[in-house]
Each structure stands twice: as C-alpha cells, then as structure tokens.
Design a protein around this ligand. Sequence first.
Ligand SMILES: [Zn+2]
Ligand SMILES: [Zn+2]
Length: 288
Amino acid sequence: MCKMIKESEQKLLVDIHSHSNLSHDGSDEPIEMARRAAELGVSHYALTDHIEVDEFGLSEWDYFAAIAKFKPACEEIRSKFGDKMKIYFAAEIGQALYDLPAAEKILSENDYDFVIGSVHRTEHYEHMSKIPDTEFDRKRVIKEYFDEMLALAEWGKFSTLAHMTFLMRFVNIDTPAGLVCDKEKRTEAAFDTYKPIIDKILETIIKKDIALEANSSGYRRGLGGPMAGAPFIRRYRELGGKMITVGSDAHEVCDVAADIPKCIELVKELGFGEICVFEKKEPVFLKI
Ligand SMILES: [Zn+2]
Ligand SMILES: [Zn+2]
C-alpha cells in the first residue's frame, strides 16, 4: 500500500536514491517511478539503478544492456517531468572493488551527475539474507563489511556512501554486554562496538569530499531510523562532515520518497542545516 505524505510535511522532498526495472530487483518502469515522485512534489529526483560489479558475467541479468538504457530513461523522464523537478543522471555502483577496471570503465563512459557507492555483500557472504546466525559468522561478516567499505572509500570514485548500516538489517551484534537481537538497537550497538573502523571510514569520506547517505529505507526495514543511523550521522558531523544526501531506495512506485520527511527532520535534529544533491559531480546544498 502506498504511504501518504502529509501536505504539511512537503516543504522539501528530495529523493536521489531509487530503482526502476532497469535494476535486477526493481519492479516498475522509470517513467512510473518519476511520475510518482512528481505527483508527491519531490523537487530533486534521481533513478540510481544498480551496477553490481561483482555480478558481471555471473548473473543472468544483463548489466550492460541495462546500463545502456539508463541515459535514455533519464532523458525520457526529464522530458516528461523536468519542468516539475530537477532530475539527475545517476547510478548505484555496488562492490566496485571486485572489478575495478570494469567499474572505472563504466564511470569514464557515462557522464553521471553522481554515483552512489555501495557494499551489498562481502568476500565470504554473497547474500546478506543468508548469513548463518553464529558468533563466528556475525563477527566475520561485520569485519569484512566495514573493511571493504573502508577500501571502497579509499578508492573514492563516487559521490555519496550508501546506507552505511545496511548490514544491520541482517545481522545481530555481539557486544561485550551480550548479543543484541532487537533490530532497532543494532545500529547503536554496531556503532559502539566498531567505532575505530567506523571513524576511519567517516574520516576517509570527509577527506575525499564524499557525502554520507541517510537512506530512509531503514525505517521500513525495521531499523527505527535511516541507514546510516543517527549515531553515524552525528559522528560524521563531529568529524567535520558537511554533506548528507537523502534517498528512499524505492524499488517500486509505492516506496518513492517514503519516510523522507522523517529522515530530513532527523538530519536537521542532528545539527545539519542543509542536505545536498550532486550536479555534474559538484555538490549543491539545499537548506532544510
Ligand atoms: Zn544499495
Ligand atoms: Zn539502492
């Protein structure tokens, strides 16, 4: 069922992370996604369909055929809705480090306004939903996840770091005080337990002028807040970070802009006066 967004909450509605059926896991046509965004009053919008670099040549999904359609799709939605909202040409690159030459080739061949950098899997865990619930696996997958995210940040050829607490959707956290099973408490527990590497990742993106994403799908996935979660966003600011992007990560029409007002409100409460979008790789700040 589609969520209603109250008119009073529509001051600034920005959604620069969403997927159409040009993603292997997306449901709806680009034009339908954009139509919904325009109807809701989204002012800045981007489709960011998946480029899962680790799956090249292994998946049944033809990434190269899909990637070739991103620009025409963007042009089509711009021609229909460009008078109602600012529309960016973008993509979400997952696991770029698994085939850097391929990732860099795609980036050099496409004049994206911005690219979202993501970690959706790790070396030993291809499917996050299938991680065995043992202490060994929990600790190993979290270590791999943050290590690979740090390496991705050090590579740095993207504009915003996606959903930093994505893994917390799938794993419980082992802390000195015991195992944290409550999904809503995992983000904070992960932050406290893995602070040194989290700091390194945040310091690296700040140094490289990469934004931190507040991905509102964390609300609908039971994490009780965006991904990255509040402690991560707060820490990013403490360390000098100034660039926050927001997106719903909608994979179907119904989720476009879902929980974005809540997400922007939280970012504001955490001390930010602006969020940002990217035009031709340059940050553009929007007052919140
Ligand atoms: Zn993602
Ligand atoms: Zn996504």
